[in-house]
Design a protein around this ligand. Structure first.
Ligand SMILES: [Zn+2]
Length: 161
């Protein structure tokens, strides 16, 4: 377990990654969200030796969290909302008890830890997560069925059952 050199999250498994020529030890979340090149992967021996049963609950919880998609323009939403409140990045850091550096990185598009994102979203009263669009909704929006009402679509949907 180590500290991610990109987002600053503590107690995470880090991998040596390359970011535009620079080498940093980053957590898997940063690697995934920034499409970083991983130079070295180490499987933590702890996880392998630990009994599966005791870990099951935590694992399921983590998967549930990952389904929550952070909006691609989360940093723009944060910056706009912050400026809307008339706060400087430094002032927001003081109010949220976050480092100025973390806020600057977040507004530059580096995704911080979930708890930091949620803290910011709550303070600025904004949503930073994408709503998952369900399949039936997408079908209604296609050009071929543009003239259909939601009621028609629902009837057709039910008729298929
Ligand atoms: Zn990270």
């Amino acid at each position: 377990m180590a500290t991610c050199e990109m987002c600053g999250t503590d107690r995470v498994t880090t991998f040596l990654s390359e970011i535009s020529g620079a080498r940093l030890r980053c957590c898997s979340r940063c690697i995934e969200s920034n499409n970083l090149t991983v130079l070295e992967r180490r499987v933590p021996s702890q996880t392998v030796t630990r009994p599966v049963s005791s870990k099951t609950k935590t694992y399921t919880k983590n998967i549930g969290k990952m389904e929550k998609e952070v909006a691609r323009d989360f940093h723009i939403r944060i910056k706009n909302a912050r400026e809307g409140k008339g706060w400087s990045a430094r002032e927001m850091g003081k109010r949220l008890n976050l480092r100025l550096n973390d806020i600057q990185k977040t507004e530059a598009g580096v995704r911080p830890a979930d708890n930091i994102l949620e803290k910011i979203a709550k303070a600025l009263d904004i949503s930073l997560f994408e709503e998952n669009v369900s399949e039936p909704e997408r079908t209604i929006k296609t050009p071929s069925s543009r003239s259909m009402t939601i009621g028609d679509a629902l009837d057709e949907f039910l008729a298929k059952e």
